[in-house]
Design a protein around this ligand. Structure first.
Ligand code: C5P
Length: 281
């Protein structure tokens, strides 16, 4: 028996860090939208044990797919008999949530293959143990996420936007970016502002795009600022680094202008460029 699961990337349209927590994580408020750039996971019930293969040889051993699968089989009290093959299309270490999405796809796929053995609540608990963004990917819809990212409030009415993603071709460590942050403790007026935006559903609510992590990544990699400028010059309504970066996305008025901009930006050597759209599971 075999199952194919798509694991979409995400962009952070808004990310404010509210403070450092006792457990070493940071308290966040972030608005994330899944997009139609997806990894593909093929899960087959076969063989003995857990076998993982990937078309990208650079993916580390003990990656999030293997960890998610081990966690699922342990929670289900079953001996693993599975082959997981990952087709990687989302850049790694890019701020697009690829690894977290692969982990969520593994949990959802295994659970579907075994007739919904684990409850949604148990899957959520496993997701929380695998990474802060993994619970968001279980839902697959635009959501406002709080806590360390695991408190997911779906926002399905939020418009599905047209994007161009530009990645400069290097990876950034999320842990390193958070470690470099130097922040005041609270930003409560900011938190209230994002809730007010819920009532404003234009193509791109004014004043939405903001990311506290961008400053840190830009300090170390000024090229990230250059990507924002390049997207603006190609007609983006706004542009912002996603997550801990270094990928920058531009928001475009429609699919045609996004595709046109992607063609122009794709000529730049060393840049990975894709036009994509927000999706709803
Ligand atoms: O949760 P995840 O494993 O994806 O996080 C990677 C790293 O990013 C954490 O080890 C932590 O250093 C940092 N992080 C954080 N606060 C968050 C999410 C992540 O400090 N809310």
């Amino acid at each position: 028996m075999q199952l194919r699961v798509l694991a979409p990337a995400k962009v952070n349209l808004y990310l404010r860090v509210l403070g450092r927590r006792q457990d070493g994580y940071h308290e966040l408020i972030t608005l994330m939208q899944p997009v139609d750039l997806c990894d593909e996971l093929v899960i087959s019930r076969e063989g003995q044990g857990l076998r993982f293969t990937c078309d990208d040889p650079s993916l580390q051993r003990d990656n999030l797919v293997e960890r998610a699968a081990r966690a699922w089989f342990q929670a289900a009290a079953l001996r693993p008999r599975v082959h997981l093959h990952l087709v990687k299309r989302v850049p790694v270490g890019a701020g697009l949530g690829g690894g977290s999405s692969d982990a969520a796809a593994t949990l959802l796929g295994l659970n579907a293959l075994y007739d919904g053995l684990l409850s949604p609540q148990r899957l959520y608990e496993l997701a929380c143990g695998l990474g802060s963004d993994v619970p968001f990917f279980l839902g697959g819809v635009t959501a406002l996420c709080r806590g360390r990212g695991e408190v997911v409030e779906p926002w399905p009415e939020f418009p599905l936007l047209d994007y161009v993603l530009v990645n400069p071709g290097f990876r950034v460590s999320t842990a390193w970016v958070y470690d470099q942050l130097d922040l005041p403790w609270t930003k409560l007026p900011e938190v209230n502002r994002i809730y007010r935006l819920q009532s404003q559903c234009g193509p791109l609510p004014a004043g939405l795009l903001a990311n506290d992590l961008a400053e840190v990544t830009k300090r170390a990699h000024p090229e990230v600022g250059e990507l924002e400028g390049a997207l603006a010059a190609c007609g983006a309504l706004g542009s912002l680094m996603s997550g801990s970066g270094p990928t920058v996305f531009g928001v475009f008025a429609d699919q045609e202008s996004a595709r046109r901009a992607a063609r122009r930006l794709g000529r730049r050597r060393g840049w990975w460029v894709r036009a994509c759209r927000g999706i709803q599971a």
